[in-house]
Design a protein around this ligand. Structure first.
Ligand SMILES: [Zn+2]
Ligand SMILES: [Zn+2]
Length: 306
């Protein structure tokens, strides 16, 4: 029987935070307080991704796996010079890796440019440091798909950003850039993050990565897409078999299936824990969104159909 699974790797699901801030840049709370907060909320790994300052902590007061991290940005002069488009990129890595900046090293701002393709230099530099990168808050940044598509090598794009959801009502899971990228066959994964600069923003959006608990294994699983993004619901299985997609999840009120250019069947009810959907010939990827009774979502990564 022909079956494709979203989660093929060995290991259990680990809860992780990929984007948050502390007093090392413009966050309100000390790094140790931010780390303790995530630990107390059941996270197994996290990265401190302060603006323009590199973090590569390996030890903390709590048993939580630390990734190295940084958020960098560059400005593109937009349709008005006082309304620039900002490309923000988070890079995460293995703090024990030999390459890359030192802990607390300040990285100068990348500068202002005429167009989005100039951001590739910033992204390539982060890759030369051994980091995996993802594109931050595309809606908050005012990103069109034309802007986004010229950037290469990002393993992910934010589908949920708690800070921008609270402050702007943006990056709420609509994922406009993501579906267009997937429709072009680009292997890019959806991440949920907090981007918290204060305690009320931390611990509302995360990734669940199926991996052994070490920085190299977590990073490998992230790059392979062996994870899902969530603000609450759990996804136990997502697979495609003989023309149908299947989801098993925690108690939900709906499971919807998505691909660009084709409406697919949603399952709704009081206690949905399993959903199935016909996936027609010609569709080349499918992903699913689980919504619980509190309105919180979880997003699978796509399965590309062979
Ligand atoms: Zn940002
Ligand atoms: Zn940020």
């Amino acid at each position: 029987m022909y079956r494709q699974n979203a989660f093929d790797r060995e290991g259990t699901f680990l809860k992780g935070s990929l984007h948050c801030h502390s007093t090392r840049s413009d966050g309100q709370d000390a790094p140790e307080d931010v780390i303790r907060t995530y630990y107390e909320h059941g996270y197994q790994f996290m990265a401190l991704t302060d603006h323009n300052i590199f973090s590569r902590m390996t030890r903390t007061d709590h048993p939580i796996t630390m990734l190295s991290g940084i958020e960098r940005d560059m400005t593109i002069l937009g349709f008005r010079k006082d309304r620039p488009l900002c490309v923000h990129i988070v890079g995460i890595g293995d703090p024990a890796a030999p390459e890359g900046p030192a802990h607390d090293e300040v990285i100068p701002n990348y500068g202002s440019y005429e167009d989005c393709s100039s951001a590739q230099g910033m992204i390539d530099e982060m890759h030369s440091w051994g980091l995996k990168t993802f594109y931050c808050h595309p809606e908050w940044s005012g990103t069109t798909y034309e802007d986004y598509r010229c950037l290469k090598g990002n393993f992910g794009v934010e589908v949920w950003n708690t800070g921008n959801v609270i402050e702007n009502g943006l990056d709420t899971g609509t994922a406009h850039c993501w579906d267009q990228a997937l429709d072009e066959g680009r292997r890019v994964w959806g991440v949920a993050v907090d981007d918290g600069h204060s305690m009320k923003v931390h611990c509302h959006g995360w990734v669940m990565v199926k991996a052994e608990n070490s920085a190299p294994e977590i990073l490998k699983a992230l790059e392979e897409g062996s994870f899902y993004a969530s603000c609450g619901p759990e996804i136990y299985d997502f697979c495609f078999r003989d023309g149908r997609a299947y989801v098993d999840c925690s108690d939900a009120v709906s499971v919807s299936f998505h691909t660009l250019r084709m409406p697919l069947r949603k399952t709704a009810g009081e206690h949905v824990t399993h959903a199935e959907c016909d996936v027609y010939d010609g569709i080349h990827y499918v992903r699913a969104v689980v919504t619980d009774a509190q309105g919180r979502c979880a997003w699978t990564n796509p399965i590309f159909l062979r």
